[in-house]
Design a protein around this ligand. Structure first.
Ligand code: MN
Length: 496
């Protein structure tokens, strides 16, 4: 699992020399207390590093350049305890390559009616100092997150937590490598797109690798490694009898373990954090990877079926954001609908590749025919996803730009039996309703593949979209089709 504490955000407080040494000493002291509070909060898993108060254009430029050049610094939090004339910030902000969170807070929560005097007024100026700073960022067209409230409040801490996690994900995204085994599923539009534009926008690279080279690595896996992994399967999952030691399908399990170990070795050796494959190009592989892809996802890798590199990248990125959180994130596909007016729902699944991190129960390990691809029966993990609030997230390429789409949904407990469906599955109700949610998704051009998340909220995707200046369409309880249609039209102009 990713160690979020190995990343840091810098806490940078702005001021100026106007107020004298005593005031600046207090500014420094207060900033240290606030930064320390965030750094020590168990609710913020990223390091928050106090930086000495900046008072001149030179100091501001210098700290922005230093932040850019510090490899594990993923963003800066700014706060103006006093007034800090914002022309001083232009050079630094022009140089800064990292996300900014503008914390609009003040050291004291309440107005100290009995004690307030001119010294207090000299020191505690955030209410107007932060406005000066906000103005220059708006004028410069800088995307940033503005968080308002007293620094000790739970809501402020949570917003910093979300932003800092997303900043780590952005940082990882800039150097992430996605491996493609085989091309897109033939003729499919939405899983394709401009890989060069994606690398320019998000930083992640997508390159193809011959399936034969993967098969070569798979064939070199040792029997001892396979034995150890099979033991892990047996310890972790309920194996169907035919996969047990004396079962007549044991050889399928051995082959599945071999494929998983080969995949893992290939991805680790190449420094990849996500991959795609397609059932149309498995030359030399005996099974389409089922349990292998499911377990690679559970280990944090991104996966996209049928060559879907955008969803694969997003699976990994969202797993980074959610590091250490309860619940899971998985590759997902809207499979079929339950249009019962009394209880409308979507059945989400894929032919094999759903991540067991979203399971709400003991996971079963089974082998069944696939029906497409013409290969041997793949071993897969079968389970029902847990109930609760969730998101479906899609990244699409519209030709002139990327669009992120979020649909907030409510997953329901799967009570029905699916005796003949040998795949993992989830049942959910889209917001604001089945009809409007699906209508909005289709109008927005959302894909059939998504990242399904149990532990992230729309705020995470909102922060990600802002950091990359990418369009975000949110479908939630407030969505109305007429206004959504207008929003899509306006966005066509705004993001041209
Ligand atoms: Mn698919």
């Amino acid at each position: 699992m990713l160690d979020l504490k190995s990343f840091e955000v810098w806490f940078v407080t702005g001021s100026q020399h106007l107020y004298g040494e005593e005031t600046l000493r207090k500014v420094d002291e207060h900033s240290k207390i606030i930064a320390g509070f965030f750094n020590n909060s168990p609710l913020i898993p990223i390091k928050v590093v106090f930086k000495p108060v900046v008072k001149t254009s030179e100091e501001i430029l210098s700290i922005c350049r230093a932040a850019n050049n510090t490899d594990n610094c993923v963003g800066i939090i700014t706060w103006m305890h006093t007034f800090s004339p914002a022309k001083m910030w232009i050079g630094g902000l022009n140089a800064l390559k990292l996300p900014i969170l503008h914390l609009h807070t003040q050291f004291n929560r309440d107005i100290p009616y009995a004690e307030i005097d001119m010294d207090f007024m000299n020191l505690n100026q955030s209410a107007h100092g932060d406005r000066e700073f906000g103005h220059i960022m708006t004028k410069m067209g800088i995307n940033r997150k503005v968080v308002v409230g007293h620094w000790e409040s739970g809501a402020v801490v949570e917003k910093i937590n979300v932003w800092a996690r997303v900043a780590v994900a952005r940082h990882k995204m800039q150097t992430m490598k996605v491996a493609r085994f085989g091309d897109n599923m033939r003729q499919v539009a939405v899983t394709d797109g401009d890989k060069v534009a994606a690398e320019m926008k998000f930083g992640f690279s997508v390159n193809t690798f011959a399936v034969g080279d993967l098969v070569q690595v798979i064939s070199q896996v040792s029997d001892a490694e396979i034995g150890t992994l099979i033991q892990e399967y047996e310890d972790t999952y309920d194996l169907m009898p035919s996969l047990s030691k004396s079962g007549d399908r044991r050889s399928s399990l051995i082959e599945a373990a071999r494929i998983e170990l080969g995949l893992k070795a290939f991805l680790e050796d190449g420094g990849f954090s996500a991959y795609t494959n397609t059932f149309e190009d498995l030359h030399g592989m005996k099974q389409l990877p089922g349990i292998g892809s499911q377990r690679m996802m559970a280990a944090g890798y991104g996966y996209g079926g049928e060559g879907d590199w955008k969803t694969s990248a997003m699976v990994h990125v969202m797993k980074v954001m959610a590091s250490g959180m309860k619940g899971g994130n998985s590759f997902m596909e809207d499979y079929t609908y339950h249009f019962d007016p009394a209880n409308p729902m979507v059945l989400g699944s894929h032919m094999l590749e759903i991540c067991p991190s979203i399971s709400g129960q003991k996971v079963k390990c089974e082998v069944h025919p696939l029906g497409i691809g013409g290969k041997e029966d793949p071993v897969r993990l079968v389970f029902n996803a847990a109930a609760g609030p969730a998101l479906n997230v899609s990244l699409v390429d519209l030709g002139n730009r990327f669009r992120l789409i979020v649909n907030e949904v409510e997953a329901v407990e799967v009570k029905e039996e699916f005796p003949k469906l040998p795949t993992a599955r989830a049942l959910w109700k889209p917001y604001p309703s089945m009809e409007v949610g699906l209508q909005a998704w289709i109008l927005a051009g959302g894909a059939h593949h998504t990242v399904y998340s149990q532990n992230l909220t729309t705020d995470y995707i909102d922060d990600l979209a802002a950091m990359f200046d990418v369009e975000l369409v949110v479908i939630d309880k407030d969505t109305r089709i007429r206004s959504l249609k207008n929003e899509l039209k306006y966005n066509d102009v705004a993001f041209r």
